[in-house]
Structure formats: C-alpha cells, structure tokens
Write a protein that binds this ligand. Structure first.
Ligand code: PGA
Length: 250
C-alpha cells in the first residue's frame, strides 16, 4: 500500500492567493510521484476553490466537522457538506480541537460515527501529553481514546478508518518522537484495536505518525517504525520541505 502523506494546514495561510500558491507548488512537485497518496487539509473555505484547481495527484480533506448532517447548528459544517465538495478525508479529534475547543472523547465519537456513516475516511488523532508520558500512562491514554472514539462503530465501515498517533508533546515543538517509541505506540494501537474488534480489522487499519515530522525524520517513521503514512503540520506550509518529506517517505 502507498504511504499516505497528509498535510494539516491548520489555521493557515491567511489569504486565498497564498493558499492557491502553496497548493499549486505542491501539486507541481508531486506530479511525478506515483507511489504516495497525498492529501491536503486546508481551512474549510479554501476547499471549493482548491478543488477547482484541477486535482489529479492530490486529494482534499477537512480538519474537522460537526456530527449532524444539517439543521440549526450555527457555525458548523457537516460531513455531507464536505463530501459534496469532493473531499474524502476528515481529521477528527486533533489535540488542538481537544485542547482549545474542549472536545471530549464523547464528541470525538459522535464525529467519527458521522464521518464513517457518510462513507468518508476519518483520520482519528490520538496521543498522550508530556505529563501522561512521564507518568508512564501512554498506553492507558491511547486505549481510552481509542475505545471511546470507536464505541458503536460498526465493523463494516471500519475499513475507512485511519488512526494517527500524535504524541501531544511532539506537536509543533520540534521534539519529534523517536522511531522506537513511535513503533511501540503503533504496535500497542494495533493490538488494542484487535482486542476491541479482531486481528483482521486491526491489520487493515492504516496508522500514521504525526508530530514535528520533517524531511530528515520522515523516512524513519515509515521504514523503521512501520507506519503507513504521516500527518504533517508546520512542515506542510513550506512547499519545498513538504515535497521533500513525500519524496523521502516513499
Ligand atoms: P506538526 O503538527 O507537524 O507541526 O508538529 C502535526 C499535527 O498537529 O498534526
């Protein structure tokens, strides 16, 4: 399976012209790369514009969504709306959503169900804080986040699920997790999914690493730690660095 390299632009860039420029140069840079799947998750309002730029090698995703399809929910955007824009992926439960917008595991669960029911691919983000890591609670936290996020998920939709291990202490800090430590977390995540469902489901779920990924460490997460892809934040805003990451990861 081709590695899945996802760019999370977060709340960047501030103008449509910059978004188009960044998108276009990534598109040019990946034109000849056939052995990676590249997804860009820009802020919502750039999605329809970027979708018209003639997508070939790049797919689009959203950074969040609401759990209802439509109705009186001021400010919210539903999975169906995102799907109707031509997107196939939605990031769910990013640690910044959990931290700044008080998203609980229960909310993450509702969003995950909504994304799966819309037949889209949720990228479920899980990970421990530095404090939890120091206390030796990483596995406990990962297990809880997984269990609660996946509650009520019907097995036939789970082949769309992607799980991103994003240690919170490594996000935007430049302190990337070592491939060894990331591998231990990924093995644990897969075995926890096997316990919740079964080996076959666990084997088919794509696991990504995210947290201070750059062109120097990207390869080690895929080749040494065995992840099936990467979720890239800060480095995805620099087109040259992002293209390098894709090239080194394949
Ligand atoms: P980072 O962010 O690459 O800037 O650490 C990753 C993420 O938040 O998904």
């Amino acid at each position: 399976m081709k590695p899945l390299i996802i760019a999370n632009w977060k709340c960047n860039p501030t103008s449509l012209a910059e978004a188009k420029r960044l998108f276009d140069s990534v598109k040019r840079g990946v034109r000849n790369i056939k052995n990676a799947e590249v997804v860009i998750c820009p802020p919502f309002h750039y999605l329809p514009v970027l979708n018209n730029v003639g997508l070939t090698s790049i797919k689009l995703g959203a950074q969040d969504c609401f759990w209802e399809e439509k109705g009186a929910f001021t400010g919210e955007i539903s999975p169906k709306m995102i799907k109707n824009l031509g997107c196939q992926y939605i990031i769910i439960g990013h640690s910044e959503r959990r931290k700044y917008f008080n998203e609980t595991d229960e909310i993450v669960n509702k969003k995950l169900q909504a994304v799966l029911s819309a037949r889209l691919n949720p990228i479920l983000c899980i990970g421990e804080t530095q404090q939890e890591r120091k206390k030796g609670k990483t596995k406990e936290i990962l297990k809880k986040q997984l269990k609660e996020a996946l509650d009520h998920s019907t097995t036939q939709l789970l082949n769309h699920l992607i799980v991103a291990y994003e240690p919170i202490w490594a996000i935007g800090t430049g302190k990337a997790c070592s491939p060894d430590e990331a591998k231990r977390a990924s093995d644990f995540i897969r075995s926890a999914i096997a316990k919740i469902y079964n080996q076959k489901i666990a084997k088919n779920i794509r696991l990504l690493y995210g947290g201070s990924v750059n062109s120097k460490n990207a390869k080690s997460y895929i080749q040494e730690a065995g992840f099936q892809g990467l979720l890239v934040g800060g480095a995805s805003l620099d087109q040259k660095e992002f293209i390098k990451i894709i090239k080194t990861a394949v």
